[in-house]
Design a protein around this ligand. Sequence first.
Ligand SMILES: [Zn+2]
Length: 255
Amino acid sequence: MSPVFDSRQFAEDTAQLAPQHGWRTHALNAVDGFPRPWFHLPAAEAQPLRLYISAGIHGDEPASSYAARELLRHTDQFVGIEVFLFPLLNPAGMARGSRENAHDIDLNRDYLNPVSAEVSGHLAVLRELPPCHAYLHLHEDWEAQGAYLYALRRDDIPNATDTLLAAMAEHLPIEQATLIDDFEAEGGVIARPYPLPPRDDWPEPYYFEDQHGAYHGYTLETPSSLELPQRIAAHLSAAHALANFLREHRAVFLR
Ligand SMILES: [Zn+2]
């Protein structure tokens, strides 16, 4: 058993930490008595790169939220990048250690016609945000033996897959299975076709692809059977590596 995740304490801690490091604190709608802060890191540039990061949508994937909290401390990694960070989308699920929310809804299947208060409130905020140059969704997998990722990008967008894998590989083995959740995988990568095949139970990336067409995103998965500090470090390193990748390819992303 993993220790219980204190969602209220997490909200307090992050809201206290964020302004010390230059983040602006915002709030999604509270759900089942749990506050849901999110954070915006403005950039000084008139035309900044933009990065979106979400975590804690599945309540049994704590490394994702802990990593998001650590990201608040490391604003030096985001120079030149405007960041939108949602560290704990499912606090009720996290508090009880379940993938679903308190009403047994898998939030990451609820983005088409949302029935959950969590996703409805998230979408109300997302509709007001500008499109980002990259999207990162932090997850964990209790069946995996190593870290892996889903990559969704058009061929004319620089490919950060190897960069992200290398960053995670500093802390965790890479998953070697060739079939993960019914998707073909190779060397820890599930390359998703573009555009995505239609489905009715939209996970979060489907919303962004639908909204912005040129969606460029990665879903990172760490193996929850391995040690928590390494899983957190893998997410953290990958997020920082993606920020660096955006800067390296700044001219292409901002063209
Ligand atoms: Zn997940």
